[in-house]
Design a protein around this ligand. Structure first.
Ligand SMILES: [Zn+2]
Ligand SMILES: [Zn+2]
Length: 166
């Protein structure tokens, strides 16, 4: 899943500004991390971004990807969503209140707009004021990236075969 070109470009420029304000020199690699993060809707991990960009940026290191993401989190430009059932940290670009729907099989996450989450955020804000830093709502679901959950590329093919394990 990818965002519309217009939204991705707007987000990418916000991310690049975040790095610039943190005093980072904008190398093509760091800009590419911002672009990929802005384009992807699946809340990628550092590893997923690295695998996407490595063929084009052969000098890119996983450390650069981590540093870029860490800086964006530190400046509040993106947030760290945490694990999606895979013990890996996924990153969040969408700052609007929403529900995150994570596929328990491929760990891709999709956003779902929610008035209830907006109300929830207001409730927490009213209760503790400026002490609120960030929050996230995550639900686990069958794969939403495919029409049939069984078409999820990581769906365990052996699940239906009498107790076989992959
Ligand atoms: Zn999200
Ligand atoms: Zn899936």
């Amino acid at each position: 899943m990818a965002r519309s070109m217009e939204t991705a470009e707007r987000l990418a420029s916000t991310l690049v500004s975040g790095l610039r304000e943190a005093g980072f020199r904008l190398t093509p690699q760091r800009t590419a991390v911002c672009d990929a993060l802005a384009r992807r809707e699946d809340h990628p991990t550092a590893q997923a971004l690295f695998l996407e960009l490595k063929p084009k940026f052969t000098s890119l290191s996983l450390t650069t990807v981590y540093q870029t993401l860490d800086t964006l989190v530190r400046t509040g430009t993106i947030t760290s969503l945490g694990s999606a059932g895979d013990d890996s940290i996924h990153f969040e670009v969408n700052t609007d209140p929403h529900i995150n729907l994570a596929c328990l099989t491929c760990h891709r996450i999709r956003d779902l707009e929610s008035r209830a989450v907006s109300a929830l955020e207001r409730e927490v804000q009213d209760a503790v004021g400026s002490k609120v830093l960030s929050g996230r709502v995550v639900y686990y679901s069958e794969c939403l990236e495919t029409a049939n959950p069984r078409e999820c590329p990581f769906f365990p093919k052996t699940r239906d075969k009498r107790g076989d394990h992959a």
